[in-house]
Ligand binder design. Structure first.
Ligand SMILES: Cc1cc2nc3c(=O)[nH]c(=O)nc-3n(C[C@H](O)[C@H](O)[C@H](O)COP(=O)(O)O)c2cc1C
Ligand SMILES: O=C(O)C(=O)c1ccccc1
Length: 402
C-alpha cells in the first residue's frame, strides 16, 4: 500500500518498507549503520583483506580527519519552507542523477567477494547510481560494461608510464560505453601502509587487480610475454608500467588528445591545482585524499573543498570524496559546493557482507537518508542549500585524546 503512493518520497518509502517488514517479524538483512556493517565485514573477510579495505596510510591521521571534519560542521536547518515534495536530483556533466551520489573507483574487489565488480555494477545499475570502474579492477572494462546494460558508468584511469597503454585503456573504455574518465593523480607512489606491511599483503603480488592490464593488447605487446604462461614476468612489467612519478602538468595535453571523453582529475586538494586543471581543459576535479590512504598528514578532504570550489567557480564540476557515511555527510559536502559525492568503503562493506544485495541495501539506505536529511534541513532541492546552512564548531566535541 505504501509502496504505490506516489506522494511518498524515496526516504519515507524506504522507512515504511523496513518498518512493515518488521511487523511481519522480518529484520533488515544487513546492518543499517555503516559502522556496524564494517564490523560485520571484518567478521567475514580475511584479516589482511579487511585491513587493506579499512586501512589508511601511516598513523591514519588523515583517514580519521576526514570523518572529524564532518563532525566539526553542523547543519542549521530552516523551518516552515514547504518541503512536502523534494527532489534530491542533481546534474553532473550533462547526466541527471537521482541523488548526488556515485560509486568511487575501488580496485581489486575480488578480495572482498567472489562476484567482485560485477555485483557492484549490477547494484549500481539497478539504483541508477553511476559506477566509476577502477583501472585496477578484478573484472575487465568490457565484463563490467556488459553487466550494466546502458546504465551510467565512468572509467578511472591510473595514468601508466606508457602513453600507448593509456590510449588503449581509453579506447576500450570509450568502446564499452563509459562516459567520462577520472584520472587519479595521487597514487604515483604507493604510500606507507602499516596494516598491509604488518600482514605482508599486497593484492597485486597475488595476481589481483591486473585484469585490465593482462587482457590489453598493448600491454601484452609491450610486456613481450603471455601473462598466463609467464605470470612472474608479466607482473614485473605491470609494476614497471603502473605509474610514472615523473609526470607533470605538461603531460596532460597528450592525455586529452587520446580521448573524446571528458576528463576529471581526482586527488586535487590545492586551489591552485584545481585552477590549473580547469585551465588545461578538465571538465571537473574530485577533491579527495584517497580516503586517507596516500599522504598521511594531508588535509581533511572536506576542509579542502571550499577553497577548490571558490577557485573553480562555475567553470567545471567539483566532486568530492572521503568520509561519506550517511545523509548528513552528503548534505554538508553539498552545502560546501560539491556537485555530487563519491561513496567509497561503505559500498565495499556491503559487497563483502551481502554481495549485490548488500551493495543495493547500502545505496537504498543512503538515498533514503539523503532525502530525509535534505527535507529536515528545510530544503526541497539541493539548489536551495548553501554555506549558510552550516556552522563550524571550534573543536570536535567527540574528539578523544588517546
Ligand atoms: C580498498 C580501496 C581501493 C581503492 N582503489 C582505488 C582505485 O583503484 N582508484 C582510485 O582512484 N581510488 C581508489 N580508492 C580511493 C577511493 O576512490 C576513494 O577516494 C576513497 O575510498 C573515498 O573515501 P571513503 O572510503 O572514506 O569513502 C580506493 C579506496 C579503497 C578503500
Ligand atoms: O589501494 C588503493 O588505495 C588504491 O588506490 C589502489 C591502487 C592500485 C591498485 C588498486 C588499488
Amino acid at each position: 500500500m505504501t509502496e504505490s503512493n506516489p506522494l511518498l518520497s524515496p526516504g519515507i518509502k524506504r522507512q515504511f518498507q523496513i518498518y512493515e517488514a518488521g511487523l511481519q517479524g522480518r529484520a533488515p538483512a544487513h546492518p543499517i549503520s555503516v559502522d556496524e556493517l564494517a564490523r560485520r565485514a571484518e567478521e567475514v573477510l580475511a584479516p589482511e583483506a579487511f585491513g587493506y579495505l579499512a586501512g589508511g596510510a601511516g598513523a591514519e591521521e588523515t583517514m580519521r580527519s576526514n570523518r572529524e571534519a564532518f563532525r566539526r560542521r553542523r547543519i542549521v536547518p530552516r523551518m516552515l519552507r514547504d518541503v512536502s515534495r523534494r527532489d534530491t536530483g542533481v546534474e553532473v556533466l550533462g547526466m541527471r542523477l537521482p541523488a548526488p551520489l556515485m560509486l568511487a573507483p575501488i580496485g581489486v574487489q575480488s578480495i572482498l567477494h567472489e562476484q567482485a565488480e560485477l555485483a557492484v555494477a549490477r547494484a549500481a545499475a539497478a539504483l541508477g547510481v553511476p559506477m566509476i570502474l577502477s583501472t585496477a579492477s578484478s573484472r575487465t572494462i568490457e565484463e563490467v560494461a556488459a553487466a550494466m546494460g546502458d546504465a551510467p558508468r565512468w572509467f578511472q584511469l591510473y595514468w601508466p608510464r606508457s602513453d600507448e597503454l593509456a590510449a588503449s585503456f581509453l579506447r576500450r573504455a570509450e568502446a564499452a560505453g563509459y562516459r567520462a574518465v577520472v584520472v587519479t593523480l595521487d597514487t604515483y607512489l604507493l604510500s606507507w601502509r602499516e596494516r598491509d606491511l604488518q600482514h605482508a599483503y599486497l593484492p597485486f603480488l597475488r595476481g589481483e587487480g591486473v585484469a585490465n592490464y593482462y587482457s590489453d593488447p598493448v600491454f601484452r605487446a609491450e610486456a613481450g610475454v603471455d601473462p598466463v604462461r609467464e605470470p612472474g614476468r608479466a607482473f614485473e612489467h605491470f609494476a614497471h608500467v603502473f605509474s610514472d612519478p615523473s609526470r607533470t602538468w605538461a603531460d596532460l595535453a597528450r592525455l586529452r588528445e587520446a580521448t573524446r571523453l571528458p576528463i576529471l582529475l581526482k586527488g586535487v586538494l590545492h586551489p591552485d591545482d584545481a585552477r590549473r586543471a580547469v585551465d588545461q581543459g578538465a571538465a571537473g576535479v574530485v577533491v579527495s585524499n584517497h580516503g586517507g590512504r596516500q599522504l598521511d598528514g594531508a588535509v581533511a578532504a572536506l576542509d579542502a573543498l571550499p577553497g577548490v570550489v571558490d577557485a573553480v567557480g562555475d567553470r567545471a564540476a567539483v566532486l568530492f570524496d572521503g568520509g561519506i557515511r550517511r545523509g548528513a555527510d552528503v548534505l554538508k559536502a553539498m552545502a560546501l559546493g560539491a556537485r555530487c559525492v563519491l561513496l567509497g568503503r561503505p559500498y565495499c562493506y556491503g559487497l563483502a557482507v551481502g554481495g549485490e544485495q548488500g551493495v543495493r541495501d547500502v545505496l537504498a539506505n543512503l538515498e533514503a537518508d539523503i532525502d530525509l536529511t535534505l527535507g529536515l534541513s528545510g530544503c526541497a532541492s539541493f539548489a536551495e542549500l548553501g554555506r549558510g546552512h552550516l556552522v563550524e564548531s571550534r573543536s570536535d566535541p567527540s574528539a578523544t585524546v588517546p
